[in-house]
Design a protein around this ligand. Structure first.
Ligand code: FES
Length: 159
């Protein structure tokens, strides 16, 4: 699937490493191991070095995201409005820490800085949806909405 990407690059050119990683991630949403091996062969950089670069920059992911990505804003306005408690509640409810994905791959939890919605702080972003002025007690309801939404979509696909 990713072999066409290599047509845009020169073989044995180490400077292509990061752009290739970015292109591969744009296809899969993360960097699969076989793609990293292909990049290593193509640019003639040892696989360990490719891994080193992929893990150094936090723009790269070595594991796929969950079906739903929850981004908790920890910018100043949200911090003042207790976003730490929101994050803690999400971690507790999902049983994961920020930066992790639930075992069932339903949710990935991330922490971000200001997402430009300070007027409705504290705010979380679930996929493309902003949830503002939320409190800890809203968390179970919000999570349920996304668990249910996916189930309904899948049921519709089967029909
Ligand atoms: S600080 Fe959270 S949206 Fe701006």
């Amino acid at each position: 699937m990713h072999n066409q990407i290599f047509e845009n690059y020169q073989e044995n050119d180490r400077s292509s490493l990061i752009p290739l990683l970015q292109d591969i991630q744009s296809i899969y949403g993360y960097l699969p191991e076989n793609a990293l091996r292909d990049i290593s062969d193509f640019v003639q950089v040892p696989l360990s070095r490719v891994y080193g670069v992929a893990t150094f920059y936090n723009q790269f992911r070595l594991i796929p995201l969950g079906e739903n990505v929850i981004r908790v804003c920890r910018g100043t306005a949200c911090h003042v409005k207790n976003s730490a408690n929101i994050l803690y509640a999400l971690e507790t409810e999902l049983g994961i820490k920020a930066g992790q994905t639930t075992r069932d791959k339903k949710f990935t939890l991330e922490v971000v800085n200001c997402i430009g919605a300070c007027s409705i702080a504290p705010v979380i972003l679930v996929n493309e949806d902003y949830h503002g002025r939320i409190s800890v007690k809203d968390i179970p309801k919000i999570l349920k909405k996304y668990q249910t939404a996916k189930k309904i979509e899948k049921a519709e696909e089967v029909v």
